[in-house]
Design a protein around this ligand. Structure first.
Ligand SMILES: *[C@@H]1O[C@H](CO)[C@@H](O)[C@H](O)[C@H]1NC(C)=O
Ligand SMILES: *[C@@H]1O[C@H](CO)[C@@H](O)[C@H](O)[C@H]1NC(C)=O
Ligand SMILES: *[C@@H]1O[C@H](CO)[C@@H](O)[C@H](O)[C@H]1NC(C)=O
Ligand SMILES: *[C@@H]1O[C@H](CO)[C@@H](O)[C@H](O)[C@H]1NC(C)=O
Ligand SMILES: *[C@@H]1O[C@H](CO)[C@@H](O)[C@H](O)[C@H]1NC(C)=O
Ligand SMILES: *[C@@H]1O[C@H](CO)[C@@H](O)[C@H](O)[C@H]1NC(C)=O
Length: 287
């Protein structure tokens, strides 16, 4: 159990410290993945043109910096309850992408996802269209444009309507979408419901939206959840809320955003001071 560390992290707000400083190309996009869940999660990242996709374990309280190639578009999500052997083969309770720890395709529903289209500007959103397995928040650090924080403020597993709940031994492990469960044109925005004028919020999607106000709660939800932002690096927070401070690593500096305050760049020499606040930091760089 890592709960003391989590409590410490929450109390002191969030500082992510980079233990080593590799040479990063100024234009590369970094994704800082932060696990505030009480358990280990296994983030998955989909493949695209110049990227093979990936997946790895992220323990409770850990963060990882992930660098995506220019022009990467795809999905980041978390798998839960996984069991992988030494060769990286195994299964997950939610979000699994097959039998490998490495993902190429999106996880199977129900799973919350963070979706990105990198370009100029970048587009991003958090989506519950494929259901919910844990809270995700996406923050853009130091970007220009709208760049607002998207995602969840709570955990839908705690108030998932029973007809949508996905359970393991009576414990709700995920909340399925109404489209997935009932498979009607109305919930899935198909047929005569295939456009935004006719496919309206349902009593189910409204419950999703309460917990994740800045996310797509059904296929043709109000597009204000899709944000544009230029020149930012991203932080993807699992099991956090939108109002948390988040930090990312860019141009050899740790840069943090604080609710209602300006961005603050923390010089490298501060890392030493911040070290006691950290739990574990892994660094992953992909081509
Ligand atoms: C993939 O890499 C090639 C060669 O570096 C480049 O020309 C192409 O634009 C890249 N594709 C994307 C989607 O960025
Ligand atoms: C997963 O991908 C990484 C590179 O992204 C590679 O180093 C590792 O060997 C792969 N693992 C498996 C089990 O395929
Ligand atoms: C981040 O934003 C601040 C304030 O807008 C700016 O001074 C700083 O140069 C930016 N840092 C990077 C790495 O873009
Ligand atoms: C949602 O609406 C359907 C049909 O109108 C109803 O059967 C169901 O009980 C409602 N569920 C909730 C959670 O309100
Ligand atoms: C950014 O977009 C969101 C959602 O569309 C909107 O609520 C917000 O007011 C916008 N913020 C800025 C600074 O434009
Ligand atoms: C952030 O949001 C959470 C959940 O909504 C709330 O419990 C907490 O008090 C908020 N923290 C701040 C600093 O606003």
């Amino acid at each position: 159990m890592a709960s003391p560390h989590i409590a410490l992290l929450k109390l002191t707000s969030i500082f992510i410290v980079i233990a080593s400083a590799p040479e990063l190309c100024g234009s590369s996009k970094t994704f800082t993945l932060v696990n505030y869940c009480k358990e280990t999660i296994w983030p998955g990242i989909t493949r695209s043109d110049n990227h093979s996709g990936d997946g790895f374990a992220l323990k409770s309280g850990q963060s990882t910096v992930y660098t995506a190639p220019d022009g990467w578009s795809g999905r980041i999500w978390a798998r839960t309850g996984c069991n992988f052997d030494n060769n990286g083969n195994g299964k997950c309770q939610t979000g699994g992408c097959g039998t490998s720890i490495n993902c190429t395709v999106p996880g199977s529903p129900p799973a919350t996802s963070a979706d990105f289209t990198l370009g100029e500007p970048d587009f991003y959103d958090v989506s519950l269209v494929d259901g919910f397995n844990l809270p995700i928040v996406v923050k853009a650090i130091n970007g220009t444009g709208n760049c607002s924080t998207v995602g969840c403020d709570g955990d839908l597993r705690q108030n998932c309507p029973s007809e949508l709940a996905s359970k393991d031994n009576d414990k709700v492990i995920a909340c399925r979408s109404a489209c997935d469960v009932f498979n009607t044109d109305e919930y899935c925005c198909r047929g005569t419901y295939g456009n935004p004028a006719t496919c309206l919020a349902s009593n189910y999607s409204k419950i999703f939206k309460q917990v994740c106000p800045a996310a797509y709660s059904f296929a043709l939800d109000d597009p204000t959840s899709l944000i544009t932002c230029s020149k930012a690096n991203f932080v993807v927070i699992f099991c956090g809320s939108r109002n948390q401070t988040a930090c990312s690593y860019q141009d050899k500096q740790v840069v943090c955003n604080r609710p209602n305050k300006a961005y603050k760049a923390i010089p490298q020499s501060w890392w030493v001071l911040m070290l006691p606040l950290t739990y574990v930091f892994n660094l992953r760089i992909t081509p």
